[in-house]
Design a protein around this ligand. Structure first.
Ligand code: NAD
Length: 490
């Protein structure tokens, strides 16, 4: 029995103009059909969001009332985390252990922004004019177009939906065409929470029509995008039509720098989790290991042993440690980049193939490539898969040059016990996040985003809610004295 999902527009569940099949990556079989939104569907959703933006059911709420709705949504996410996790696992192949814990944590993002809704403040300004009051109002920016990629869609949409609603915006959220099931199901929670019709609209479809129509729509005032840099260029081009304020969360090729003073076992465990969690399909995957020559052989021996001990299997099984990749396309890309890297001189230390007897699903073994330098394709290109490229360095300066030597700058990890070195590196690394002696820690309280081709703007944290507002400068003359006729000379 195929599951059939619907889109959510103007408070109603409805079919798309057409449908497409969704494949379970663990089996390679179709398990559900999804609605594909046409340009007309997008237009209907944006118009609904625009109406809702001004309607008293939403615009008339106090900020505290918006916060209460977000709290209610957080509760529902927590209650439904098990169901949402199963859907995400079925649709993306991400292991159930990860989807359960990540979705429970998504509720915390809604709570955080629920609490901020009534703390958004304007300002009173002292201007250099007599008899004048001047103040700034903070107003919601308008209709938000949010677009997410296929990995962690509930999580990546929470950092857009929650601050947007806290600020008083309305939103049209486009799920990825790959793995949209959990977001389409999330629409039921939005409905149940009592969020007024049209405030949150959720649809899915393909980038070239649905995504383009959404990001170029004249009624959209704000675009929040997560995905790859190539798509981001299209988004920026699309936004030339509406000149919407745009934030971009993009890819990464994040380095993990390991110095010879570390506790090797702890660093090995963290490096393994940094690259092989979610089968490497994470924007912050620590996909480049830069290791100091003096500990290289000891470190790599332990790392390879750990990678080879990872239990690959059915993602619905709680004992599975690594599941399949999300799509056949993803598997093909990874195989192609690994082959080019080997041709260019990389040596496979472990992995580099599909696991024996598991070729029906999109599985790929944890792979470690020993790379002679940055000219190897896997060192420079984002693979979005379980492939770790290792480059050896001798000095701290050399490590910094290697770390900063890609077009990306999302995150970096530093492993050292030397506090002064850690501080030096934090300053020198060109990335939006630096983790020291840890990796992949995230929190609603902490901004997230990249340098260079990894993005524009930040999500998460206090300021991100202000990114869904704009200021209005208000001038009030306080004198009752008559105003002089400007055309009478005195
Ligand atoms: P993608 O860029 O191919 O697609 C992302 C979304 O954009 C999808 O919903 C897609 O339908 C839509 N899209 C495609 N073409 C479009 C167009 N012309 N106009 C409007 N929308 C369009 O990315 P993907 O392959 O789904 O995801 C992987 C990428 O996402 C990786 O590069 C990864 O690093 C990045 N990512 C970044 C973060 C972050 O927070 N920095 C988080 C997760 C993933």
């Amino acid at each position: 029995m195929l599951r059939r999902f619907q889109q959510y527009i103007d408070g109603e569940f409805c079919n798309g103009s057409s449908t497409f099949d969704s494949i379970n990556p663990a089996t390679g079989n179709t398990w559900a059909t999804m609605p594909a939104a046409s340009e007309q569907d997008v237009d209907r959703a944006v118009r609904a969001a625009d109406r809702a933006f001004n309607a008293p059911e939403w615009a008339g709420l106090t900020a505290s009332q918006r916060g209460k709705l977000l709290h209610r949504l957080a509760e529902l996410i927590e209650q439904e985390a098990g169901n949402l996790a199963e859907l995400e696992t079925a649709d993306t192949g991400k292991i159930i252990r990860e989807t359960r814990s990540q979705i429970s944590y998504v509720a915390e993002y809604y709570r955080y922004y629920a609490g901020l809704a009534d703390k958004i403040q304007g300002a009173h300004l002292s201007v250099d004019k007599q008899d004048m009051e001047a103040y700034l109002r903070r107003e919601p920016i308008g209709v938000v177009a949010a677009i997410v990629p296929w990995n962690s869609q509930l999580f990546l949409s929470a950092v857009k939906v929650a601050p947007a609603l806290a600020a008083g915006c309305t939103i049209v959220l486009k799920a990825s065409e790959d793995g949209p099931a959990p977001l389409l199901e999330f629409a039921r929670l939005v409905h149940k929470a009592g969020i007024p019709a049209g405030v949150v609209n959720i649809l899915t479809g393909f980038g070239a029509d649905c995504g383009r129509a959404l990001t170029s729509h004249p009624l959209v005032s704000r675009i929040a995008f997560t995905g790859g840099p190539e798509t981001a260029r299209h988004i920026v081009h699309n936004s030339a039509a509406n000149l919407a304020y745009t934030t971009l969360e993009l890819g990464g090729k994040s380095p993990v720098l390991v110095f010879d003073d570390v506790d090797i076992d702890s660093a090995v465990n963290t490096v393994v989790a940094g690259i092989f969690a979610a089968s490497g399909q994470s924007c912050v995957a620590g996909s480049r290991l830069l290791v100091q020559r003096s500990i290289r052989d000891r470190f790599l021996a332990k790392l390879v042993a750990k990678a080879e001990s990872i239990h690959i299997g059915n993602p619905t099984d709680m004992s599975t440690q690594m599941g399949p990749l999300a799509t056949r396309r993803q598997l093909d890309t990874i195989e192609a980049v690994v082959a080019r890297s080997i041709d260019a001189g990389a040596v496979v230390m472990t992995g580099g193939k599909q696991p024996a007897g598991m070729t029906d699903g999109f599985y790929y073994t944890p792979t470690i490539l020993d790379c002679p330098g940055p000219s190897i394709p896997s060192v420079m290109e984002e693979l979005f898969g379980p492939v770790l490229s290792v480059v050896t360095f001798d000095t701290e300066d050399e490590a910094v040059v290697l770390a900063n030597g890609t077009d990306y700058g999302l995150a970096a990890g530093v492993f050292t016990r030397d506090l002064t070195r850690a501080h030096r590196l934090i300053k020198k690394l060109r990335s939006g996040i630096v983790w020291v002696n840890t990796y992949r820690a995230v929190s609603p309280m902490m901004p997230f985003g990249g340098y260079k081709l990894s993005g524009l703007g930040r999500e998460g944290g206090l300021e991100s809610v202000l990114d869904y507002t704009r200021t209005k400068s208000v001038w009030i003359r306080t004198s009752d004295e008559p105003i002089d006729d400007p055309f009478v000379m005195r």
